[in-house]
Ligand binder design. Structure first.
Ligand SMILES: *Cc1c(COP(=O)(O)O)cnc(C)c1O
Length: 451
């Protein structure tokens, strides 16, 4: 048995993979990654693949990026980890300064954690405790969320989420939220057409916020792009109106920028595109350039101040993790922010986004492509059985999975969301890589549907 065979066997025998039907997995020969080089992943057999979903939406500037590698090595020579409970350390302090400078206006505090789900748990607990301690907001104990939302896999984050598939079985453990229909033009919840809808979704959302203002602690939202739902794009203007109405009604706005943050939508943060400053913002995925698990929940002075008091009042925020603000992660994040500052990253994203638009246009009218959704370097291509009725393929056809499998033959790694083919290439992609990526996906869709 060669080495790859041995590794495959041990994987099948020992490991349980996330979001994976292991019965299918056990029948497959999994791809085992050995190394990375720029935007390319290399398997144990030496085969090279373009990292078409940025290692599940985290990688920004490629693998083994010199500046980030060096920052981590140099931090490692000083300190790998020390606690953040009762102590502080250098890279976390430096990072807080730089993160606040990069964030939308109005933030004044950084609360660290170690992944997107915990950053959202923190946002939720912070919002609730804020109202309990502020005085006058004691009745604000529930949250408003969007129906197709995704905020992570821990119980609080799942409660705030709306994707039934992830939700249903855990129902007995989840807290109840007030759900607002996701504004989503391909399958408009109000049955309207974009040209003539007058943004009825935003009007209804405003009515709901006003109606429940007394009991809602915060509105939780993925700004502009609802990622895990299948790259659903918010119609322009919705987010700005959400900010206005939540401010007017004294409801906090929590923006989950875990997927959209760090240039992915074309601006540093998605909120920036509509001039929105939330009260609380969660970041993770791209924060370390896709290197290490680190997350942060940013908030305002107003919220922070409600947690101040005498020790014996116990108004402190009782939340923390063993690896809160891990120094190696902070060093990687500092190097990541430096790359943004020193090079024309967002200009390059704008250029690539234009290339993407051009290439995606060639797929318009392809059979079975129902909708193509695109913002910056986030793309969802939805495959449907019938373009007129928008009827999906039956799940047992596994169309999304088959397309992704097929496109590997062209040296590309992707991961679908159901029958939505997700493209989320690194910000460091080249023009040729983008053209090859989209072209190959078109080819793979065609090939699979002809089988
Ligand atoms: C991935 C994601 C999360 C969860 O982050 P993890 O680091 O996987 O826990 C939360 N919110 C959004 C919008 C995400 O895309």
């Amino acid at each position: 048995m060669n080495r790859t065979e041995w590794l495959r066997r041990k994987d099948r025998e020992n490991i349980w993979h996330p979001f994976t039907q292991m019965a299918d997995w056990e029948k497959e020969a999994p791809l085992i990654i050995e190394s990375g080089e720029g935007n390319t992943l290399i398997d144990t057999e030496g085969r090279r693949y373009f990292d078409g979903v940025s290692s599940l939406w985290v990688n920004l500037f490629g693998h083994r990026r010199r500046e980030i590698d060096e920052a981590i090595r140099s931090q490692l020579d000083r300190l790998a980890h020390s606690t953040f409970l009762g102590l502080s350390h250098v890279p976390a302090i430096e990072l807080s300064e730089r993160l606040l400078a990069a964030a939308p206006e109005g933030f004044s505090r950084v609360f660290y954690s170690d992944n997107g789900s915990t950053a959202m748990e923190i946002a939720i607990k912070m919002a609730l405790q804020y109202w309990q301690q502020k005085g006058g907001g004691e009745k604000k104990q529930t949250f408003m969320t969007l129906t197709e939302a995704y905020h992570g896999d821990t119980i609080g984050a799942v409660s705030a989420g709306g994707i039934d598939l992830f939700h249903k079985i855990f129902q007995p453990l989840l807290f109840i939220t007030r759900r607002i229909p996701t504004p989503h033009c391909y399958r408009c919840p109000y049955g309207r057409a974009r040209e003539s809808c007058a943004l009825v979704c935003a009007t209804r959302m405003e009515e709901e916020v006003r109606r429940h203002r007394e009991t809602i602690a915060a509105f939780i939202v993925e700004p502009l792009v609802q990622g895990a739902a299948g790259m659903l794009m918010m119609p322009e203007g919705y987010l700005a109106r959400l900010r206005e109405v939540t401010r007017e009604c004294e409801v906090l706005l929590i923006c989950d920028e875990v997927a959209t943050g760090f240039g992915r939508t074309g601006t540093m943060f998605a909120c920036g595109q509509e001039g929105v400053s939330p009260d609380i913002m969660a970041v993770a995925k791209g924060l370390t350039g896709g290197y290490l698990p680190l997350a942060a929940t940013l908030t305002t002075k107003e919220i922070y101040d409600a947690f101040l008091g005498r020790y014996e009042e116990f108004k402190a925020f009782f939340h923390g993790h063993s690896y809160t603000a891990n120094p190696l992660g902070c060093a990687a994040a500092l190097a990541t922010l430096s790359i943004f500052e020193k090079r024309g990253v967002l200009e390059h994203v704008a250029f690539l986004s234009g290339v993407m638009t051009e290439e995606l246009a060639k797929l318009e009218g392809y059979r079975c492509i129902g909708d193509i959704r695109h913002k910056g370097l986030m793309v969802g291509i939805e495959i449907v059985a019938d373009r007129k009725t928008k009827e999906p393929f039956p799940p047992e056809e596994k169309v999304g999975q088959r397309v992704v499998r097929k496109v590997r033959e062209k040296g590309i790694i992707l991961r679908p969301l159901g029958d939505v083919i997700v493209l989320m290439p690194p910000l460091s992609s080249t023009e040729d890589e983008i053209r090859h990526l989209v072209g190959s996906v078109g080819w793979a869709i065609d090939a699979v549907l002809s089988e």
